[in-house]
Design a protein around this ligand. Structure first.
Ligand SMILES: Cc1cc2nc3c(=O)[nH]c(=O)nc-3n(C[C@H](O)[C@H](O)[C@H](O)COP(=O)(O)OP(=O)(O)OC[C@H]3O[C@@H](n4cnc5c(N)ncnc54)[C@H](O)[C@@H]3O)c2cc1C
Length: 261
């Protein structure tokens, strides 16, 4: 069996701060990390590999050359193969073009039984890439997966809902997107780190995955970010005065003014 995990290198958004004077983002020194949900996706793949001898786990990313660092990190955790889709033609992609490229890369990898992705990347935050990749490959998709049981060609998953979960049975091949409640990602091992640097990473450009430059990157993106800005800081808080009843009445009227009630 072969499992493929889509992983993305993202800036650690916990480390991004806002300059209180200029109101702009301070990006200097912000480290790049493996997207947290993708670590859960990889852990799920590795746990299935642990229980099913003969299983291989591949990790695939689309990004600049430095994104190989996250592939090595995944290999140090236990992934067997790494694929980097890297080409200027892939740049400026929205989720539509990103998923076209990732799907083309997966086709090139060959027969895959389970594809995992994270629910969401902490930088783009759209949660669209996983389902779009599944659609392009014509595969069933289950999102928000918080538990996976694998049994031969059948997978039973729990899909997280706001007030509970659904139990869904899905056949392979399929795509599952992981949430953080799925598991606790393992650490890289010392042996794994050494071993990760002995493995090859396959790098593909648009020709390698049979994509015309007009069908990927900015050229194939129906949306374009035309402005981005830092949200204004919250205004000063206000302490209400008066008796408990007066304060409650003021609070309710404020909520009504803002159409919150
Ligand atoms: C230079 C640049 C220009 C951009 N321009 C635009 C634009 O004009 N319009 C616009 O809408 N967006 C733009 N984007 C953002 C871009 O659309 C997203 O970064 C990308 O499509 C992924 O979406 P997301 O981060 O919301 O991922 P999500 O959909 O939240 O990610 C879900 C999961 O999909 C997988 N995944 C996501 N991205 C990758 C990847 N690259 N490789 C492997 N797996 C992945 C991961 O498993 C991830 O957990 C731009 C980004 C860059 C870097």
């Amino acid at each position: 069996m072969k499992i493929l995990v889509c992983v993305k290198q993202v800036p650690d958004t916990n480390e991004v701060k806002i300059d209180p004077v200029k109101g702009t983002l301070i990006r200097d020194g912000v480290p790049s990390i493996l997207n947290p949900d993708d670590a859960n996706a990889l852990e799920a793949a590795l746990a299935i590999k642990d229980e099913n001898p003969g299983t291989t786990v591949a990790v695939l990313t689309m990004g600049p050359p430095q994104a190989t660092v996250v592939l090595r990190e995944c290999m140090a955790m236990g992934a067997d193969e790494g694929y980097l889709l890297s080409d200027r033609a892939f740049g400026g992609a929205d989720t539509c073009a990103t998923s076209t490229t990732i799907a083309a890369g997966i086709k090139k990898v060959g027969k895959v039984d389970i594809i995992f992705a994270g629910r969401q990347a902490i930088d783009g935050d759209t949660a669209q890439v996983g389902p779009q990749v599944a659609q392009r490959l014509g595969l069933p998709v289950v999102t928000y997966v918080q538990d996976v049981k694998f049994d031969k060609d059948k997978i039973v998953v729990q899909r997280q809902m706001e007030d509970g979960y659904e139990v869904i049975e899905v056949e392979t091949p399929c795509l599952l997107t992981a949430v953080k409640e799925l598991n606790e990602p393992r650490y890289m091992s010392i042996y794994g780190i050494v071993d990760a640097y002995k493995k090859d990473i396959t790098v593909w450009n648009h020709e390698d995955v049979d994509l015309d430059p007009k069908d990927c990157g900015l050229n194939a993106s129906p949306t374009q970010v035309f402005r981005s800005f830092t949200p204004p800081p919250k205004g000063k808080g206000e302490i209400l005065k008066g008796s408990v009843n007066e304060m409650a009445a003021t609070l309710i009227s404020r909520f009504e003014e803002k159409h919150l009630l």
